[in-house]
Design a binder for this molecule. Structure first.
Ligand code: AQP
Length: 342
């Protein structure tokens, strides 16, 4: 069975973009693949963060995974920092990562520009090496990636090939360096089209946890009236009818895409259903669809959060399973890189 790893950062409230772009797809993937879903808390400290909130946000994120339908009889759910091998492998990989590769990362350039010099820690630069460690430790076959993570996955692949080449032994080199000596070289799994959810207040920027205005996103745990209010007030336009793919109507495209993803319809179905509608007719439909989809998730979330022993158990079991795989890879890497066996 092919293996897949993926995770979300516990940096704020999980929103509709995280759900439609990542977590909802996991529910399908867990039926076909061996899956490991983790809460990437180590990544959450790459920018200034609130230490008092981190552990709470980590538990909440784990509960959201389960509430959305991640099934622990199929998938392993764990907290990244609970598997020590992530950080350890990162150090080993750092030694094989040319600094120029990291300087080229678009996300580093963008985030460091936004954060300002005093707030840019080394971890923001080396973030992709930790991400490579997250993936390579598990010998993952596929990694679901959105547009914004494609460059980081490419770096992971190059790093895997480089380590395989440098330390993979003579046989590996003779084979020409392709294949999977120390690390399997992972492939990207591109999510279904339309899975990039945009802000409710600006159809050209993505819906994001870190956007200052809460009005710009639907959080998975938003109560009904908040969802209704956000949709009522979201940005629209004054063109007649509703349509996909008109570059002058990014908000329209986004709201129709959300409706399509939430209702599980095809683009053609939604285009036909909504072409003659105005915002006053469409918005209540969208609100109801969102509330219908999110309400059961919220009910399950409350149930899970009320049984903290259960959540603890899930995370311990997940970390144990993950550690077994990760430690085997890590020991192999230490050996290949010439360290004295412990
Ligand atoms: N707007 C989005 N549309 C579709 N998918 C999205 N993802 C995030 N935003 C959207 C996907 O969610 C997964 C987890 O993301 P992350 O926690 O690593 O954070 P991120 O990608 O940096 O996005 P956020 O949630 O908006 O956080 P901030 O504001 O901190 O940047 C990933 O699979 C991502 O593609």
């Amino acid at each position: 069975v092919k293996r897949i790893v993926s995770g979300v950062q516990p940096t704020g409230s999980i929103h509709l973009g995280n759900y439609l772009g990542a977590i909802k797809n996991w529910i399908l993937l867990q039926n076909t693949y061996e899956t490991l879903f983790f809460i990437v808390d180590l990544h959450a400290i790459t920018l200034p963060y609130d230490a008092h909130q981190l552990s709470k946000a980590t538990r909440n994120t784990a509960a959201i995974y389960l509430a959305c339908g991640v099934d622990v009889s199929k998938a392993s759910v764990f907290v990244q920092s609970h598997v020590r091998a992530h950080v350890e492998l990162m150090w080993l990989l750092s030694s094989a990562t040319p600094i120029g590769w990291l300087n080229r990362m678009i996300q580093f350039k963008e985030k460091s520009r936004k954060a300002g010099d005093e707030n840019v820690g080394v971890a923001l630069l080396t973030y992709p090496v930790l991400m490579a460690s997250d993936i390579l430790l598990y010998q993952s076959d596929f990694v679901p990636v959105g547009e914004d993570q494609k460059q980081h996955l490419e770096l992971t692949r190059e790093l895997a090939e480089r380590v395989n080449y440098l330390y993979g032994g003579r046989k590996w080199k003779k084979m020409g360096g392709r294949g999977g000596a120390i690390f399997k070289v992972p492939e990207p799994l591109i999510p279904p089209a339309g899975a990039r959810v945009m802000s409710l207040t600006d159809g050209l920027s993505k819906m994001s946890k870190s956007a200052p205005s809460d009005q710009s996103r639907i959080n998975l745990l938003d109560p009904k009236d908040v969802i209704a209010n956000k949709i009522k007030r979201c940005k629209t336009d004054s063109f007649p009818g509703l349509e996909f793919d008109n570059p002058d109507r990014p908000e329209c495209n986004n709201l129709l895409s959300i409706y399509q993803l939430i209702t599980g319809s095809t683009k053609e179905e939604v285009a036909q259903e909504c072409q003659d509608m105005n915002w006053g007719t469409f918005k209540p439909l969208l609100m109801d669809a969102l509330i219908d989809q999110l309400h059961p998730i919220q009910v399950r979330y409350e149930e899970i959060m009320s049984d903290s022993a259960y959540l603890d158990r899930v995370l311990i079991e997940g970390a144990t399973k993950a550690s077994n795989i990760a430690d085997a890879t890590l020991n192999n890497v230490y050996q290949a890189m010439g360290f004295l066996k412990r």
